[in-house]
Write a protein that binds this ligand. Structure first.
Ligand SMILES: [Zn+2]
Length: 509
């Protein structure tokens, strides 16, 4: 259907009083982009390929203070990313993360206007990816999308477990609008006759940022008989009328408690299932079919540059990584702690956390990092203290695995004799240094990196009695070595690497 000349723009002088900030469910006031208006005139002209899953890269920017505090925790971020993919499963759109970018900037972390958000996005957006910023305060809103900066900002308290704010804002990023388009900032009143048109301003939410200009547009109020659904409100006919523009509670059937009346006098309740409504999270659970088609068409038509990888690693990670060392309250020199674990299948990355308490409170966290290896050399830790550690495995397209079991170790003062001066080695030793004839000894090596070594035992005449090549992977290496056929006496144990050679005494009695 062709819309008559119903969308008129006014250009007025900027006035700050109009933009008093309130705590908003969404800071993306209305804007129906030129693209969406054209699309809705003839959706069948656009490719949407509903049967093909689209894989889209996302750069996640975690924004903290100047001193690097207050970041949204990475494990909760990946849980939220998992929820985002669940919310988009029916759209046949899935996201994989391209990178996690930590930004230390207090002004951006807690920003009061979208103009500061614009500056943040212009300075940090990664091209050919979607860009999401997780901040402490997204201009007084749960989140917003900025078409002219092409980024989404989310407040940390709005994207936890069970929240759909991220899906809502990505919906905006893919051009779709609130089903109550035009009512933003208005308190609907049942006792006042419902108008046939409403006005909205989108000064800061247009495709191109024009400062000092107030831009107002007109929207037809959607009718219950759907006679104007192709151009009224959000322009989708499978999102029924909705005039409520503040956070609202729903009945068990997900319909609004608030009763509304359309311009023809027909009573109705709003549908709270749609992610683009302002219903509480618990009411929401879907995008409509027409919204899905529009979002997919938008990606194909307007963002073909983000379709560069349609086969990202996304295999489901079923098993946790297994901590290898140190475990079960093992004693470890406090300045030589190297953690190692057996990999989890399909994991390409791990969140590694070391904490001073088993409950992992944020203020007792001593290591919280993302690693791609299966070992990690910790910084110098507090001595004589029990530490706890755990791992969360993930890959770019699958971030839904939880943490591994928690393991523990105790920091101690290292025996000076076992410290190594060889670069890449922490310490090594043989236990016991006084061994029994026909018994065995244990070789222990703590390596900071992967390296090739050779362990040998010589007698005092210089004859080699044992040679053992060892590929160290980083972490603690242990091997039991038989001393069968060794005579009583003094021997020299030698560890050789490219970087040097060190000796230990071995006495057999
Ligand atoms: Zn919104």
């Amino acid at each position: 259907m062709k819309c008559p000349n119903l969308l008129t723009s006014f250009f007025l002088l900027f006035s700050t009083s109009i933009f008093a900030q309130v705590q908003n469910p969404c800071g993306t006031p209305p804007v129906k982009s030129k693209w969406l208006k054209q699309y809705q005139q003839n959706p069948s002209n656009y490719r949407s390929g509903a049967d093909t899953t689209l894989y889209l890269p996302m750069t996640i920017h975690l924004v903290g203070s100047n001193s690097g505090t207050g970041y949204f925790p990475s494990d909760l971020m990946f849980e939220s990313f998992c929820n985002l993919n669940a919310d988009f499963a029916n759209s046949n759109i899935q996201f994989f993360f391209e990178d996690v970018n930590y930004i230390a900037n207090s002004n951006w972390q807690d920003h009061s206007t979208v103009l500061i958000g614009t500056e943040m996005m212009n300075a940090n957006n990664v091209t050919n990816t979607l860009n999401s910023y997780i901040v402490a305060n997204a201009a007084g809103s749960a989140g917003y999308n900025l078409p002219h900066a092409d980024g989404v900002a989310l407040s940390i308290n709005s994207i936890g477990s069970g929240a759909h704010t991220w899906a809502h804002e990505i919906g905006h990023n893919f051009s779709i609008q609130h089903p109550f388009l035009g009512w933003e900032g208005t308190n609907y009143n049942y006792s006042v006759p419902t108008p046939t048109e409403v006005y909205y301003d989108y000064t800061y939410f247009q495709d191109t940022l024009i400062l000092d200009t107030l831009i107002i547009d007109t929207a037809f109020v959607e009718l219950m008989d759907r006679s104007n659904c192709t151009f009224a409100a959000d322009g989708f006919c499978d999102t029924p009328p909705d005039y409520i523009s503040n956070r609202w509670q729903c009945k068990p059937d997900s319909q609004s408690i608030i009763l509304q009346k359309d311009p023809n006098g027909v009573d109705f309740h709003s549908d709270g299932t749609n992610f683009m409504s302002y219903a509480f999270n618990v009411c929401q659970g879907r995008f409509s079919t027409e919204q899905n088609m529009a979002m997919r068409a938008f990606v194909y038509d307007q963002k073909p540059n983000i379709l560069y990888n349609q086969n990202p690693i996304r295999d489901t990670i079923l098993a946790s990584p297994s901590p290898l060392t140190p475990i079960q309250m093992e004693e470890v020199p406090f300045d030589q702690v190297v953690l190692s674990w057996a990999p989890a299948q399909y994991a390409t990355h791990y969140i590694l956390q070391v904490n001073r308490l088993a409950s992992f409170p944020a203020n007792q966290m001593v290591v919280n990092t993302i690693v791609t290896d299966t070992f990690y050399q910790a910084p110098t830790l507090l001595n004589n203290w029990t530490h706890y550690w755990r791992l969360l495995p993930f890959n770019p397209g699958y971030t839904c695995a939880g943490f591994s079991e928690v393991e523990s170790f105790m920091t101690t003062t290292p025996p000076p004799s076992n410290l190594s001066n060889i670069e890449g080695l922490g310490a090594w030793g043989i236990y016991p240094s006084l061994a029994k004839r026909n018994g065995s000894m244990r070789l222990e090596i703590v390596a900071k990196t992967s390296m090739e070594t050779q362990f040998s035992i010589f007698n005092l005449a210089g004859q080699t009695l044992l040679q053992l090549p060892i590929s160290l992977k980083g972490g603690r290496f242990e091997e039991q070595i038989s001393l069968e056929n060794f005579q009583t006496g003094l021997y020299i144990a030698v560890l050789q690497t490219k970087e040097g050679v060190e000796y230990r005494k071995l006495l057999i009695e």
